[in-house]
Design a protein around this ligand. Structure first.
Ligand SMILES: NC(=O)c1ccc[n+]([C@@H]2O[C@H](COP(=O)([O-])OP(=O)(O)OC[C@H]3O[C@@H](n4cnc5c(N)ncnc54)[C@H](OP(=O)(O)O)[C@@H]3O)[C@@H](O)[C@H]2O)c1
Length: 273
């Protein structure tokens, strides 16, 4: 496993396991499989409706809680102080744990003042209910505002794959010594159909998915969380630690962003620019 390491020494496994749309017994099984394969970073959220199943899989595994980097996210309707504290308590109960490693604001939402949400999250750090705090789907302007209120913000989880230009956010992340968690890193299967990525894959005897995941985690401040309900997919996505991309191939992958394909853009999304 490769890790992103903070100045404070905090280590984050650079390859995590996404759980969106995996629910019920299938979720318990998928997370157990992921832990068996070697994943030590699990991504869930209140809105996914699977925290209880993620918690069940973790508590039934042979791993100690400290061996797993567990992330959850507070949903948009729970961003005032009372709701952040209450909903996180509920998350912890469902996850069957005393703490998460990282708590994120799932989407920015003007219904609650950002300062209030961040201050409630800081309170949760003091109460040792989360080790770290961060945001998700925050454009540069909101990262800057958040950092002023809560300098300890350590992560922004956003869509990132070769077909989306995220250079402004990447720059801000670097300036602030944060990491970026790349969601939808396989562009929801689209990477598998891309001829150029297929050709690169042939050189290394790797699939397009493996090439893209390797490209992401080779970048300094990037962590990636592919989702895979199927065990075979989860295993394939983990088999990326036995090769390195050449500089020319890295450059090819890094020059595909002009397509600027954003796949996740709900009506409540912020202005991305
Ligand atoms: N913060 C946010 O707002 C936000 C938004 C979106 C996603 N996320 C997080 O990011 C995670 C990943 O993003 P995502 O689920 O949107 O997209 P993704 O990881 O890019 O793609 C998932 C899709 O790719 C398939 N797949 C995975 N590995 C494969 C392989 N090796 N070969 C062929 N197909 C493969 C999966 O199939 P199977 O499932 O059938 O195996 C699934 O259909 C989510 O689960 C969630 O945890 C966060």
């Amino acid at each position: 496993m490769l890790y992103w390491t903070a100045k404070t020494g905090t280590k984050v496994p650079k390859l995590g396991f996404g759980t969106w749309l995996i629910k019920g017994p299938q979720c318990v099984k998928a997370v157990k499989n992921a832990l068996e394969i070697g994943y030590r970073h699990i991504d869930t959220a209140q809105i996914y409706g699977n925290e209880a199943e993620v918690g069940e899989a973790i508590s039934e595994s042979d791993l100690a809680r400290e061996e797993i980097f567990l992330v959850t996210k507070v949903w948009r309707d729970s961003l005032n102080k009372t709701a952040v504290l209450r909903s996180t308590e509920e998350s912890l109960k469902k996850l069957k744990t005393d703490y998460v490693d990282l708590l994120l604001i799932h989407w920015p939402d003007t219904r609650a003042p950002l300062e209030e949400t961040l201050s409630a999250m800081q309170e949760l750090v003091k109460q040792q209910k989360t080790k770290l705090i961060g945001v998700s789907n925050f454009p540069v302007e909101l990262i800057e505002i958040s950092k002023k209120t809560a300098p300890e913000i350590i992560c922004n989880q956003v869509e990132y794959h070769p077909f989306l230009d995220q250079r402004p956010i990447l720059k801000a992340i670097g300036v602030h010594n944060m990491f970026l968690t790349a969601y939808s890193p396989l562009a929801r299967n689209r990477v598998f159909k891309n001829k150029t990525i297929q050709e690169i894959g042939n050189k290394y005897s790797k699939t397009p998915g493996q090439i893209v995941l390797r490209w992401l985690i080779e970048q300094k401040n990037i962590v990636a969380i592919p989702k895979a309900a199927k065990k075979k997919h989860a295993q394939d996505n983990f088999d990326i630690f036995d090769f390195q991309l050449s500089e020319p191939d890295r450059l090819i992958l890094g020059s595909m962003h002009s397509q600027n394909q954003r796949l996740v853009d709900p009506e409540w999304a912020p202005n991305w620019d």
